[in-house]
Design a protein around this ligand. Sequence first.
Ligand code: G3P
Length: 215
Amino acid sequence: MEFFIDTADIGEIRQAMEWGILDGVTTNPSLVAKTQKPFKQVIKEICEIVPGPVSAEVVATDRDGILREGRELAQIAPNVVIKVPLIPEGLKAVKIFAQEGIKTNVTLCFQANQALLAAKAGASYISPFVGRLDDISQSGMQLIEEIITIYRNYNFTTKVLVASIRHPEHLKQAALLGADVATLPFSVLSQLVKHPLTDIGLERFLADAKKFSWD
Ligand code: G3P
């Protein structure tokens, strides 16, 4: 399973890279807005730190505008993936990006049929938002299961990128289902490593280690 970090914060990205478990980054306009820096500068800085896929989202909503913005973003670095909203104009653009060899991450997916359309258009990644579905009392994980089944049924190569992850349990469920990628906020990434018995156990071992010499 690949781990992406869902942030535009350079400090968080640097820390996650140091842990040695980071495969890529996803951003969205809300995350970029928090940085208070120009969009293209943020994407460039991230690409200088992370060699893996870095998703940068277009804000145009018409095919030609999406193509224009996407091609411009793709010039920033070879690992930029163009994030495109799951709307008819977006699908049109995804098809053309695929023909041009530009990778895409189709975002704002909330139902399996949308994911099927994105795969048919040639998306590199599909981003179903599990947390936002849970927020409205629908099952985010059921959506992941459905998409994985459909993609396997027809051998689609579009990767399932589980987004809007809110807690470690989301990640575990996604991994059990065999999702290709999970994008995690830094807060969730930090929680993954923690268990109280790990801390208590380490404390005891370190206390006992004081009772013997190294050599
Ligand atoms: O980047 C898309 C996604 O991960 C958003 O998450 O928490 O805003 O629903 P959230």
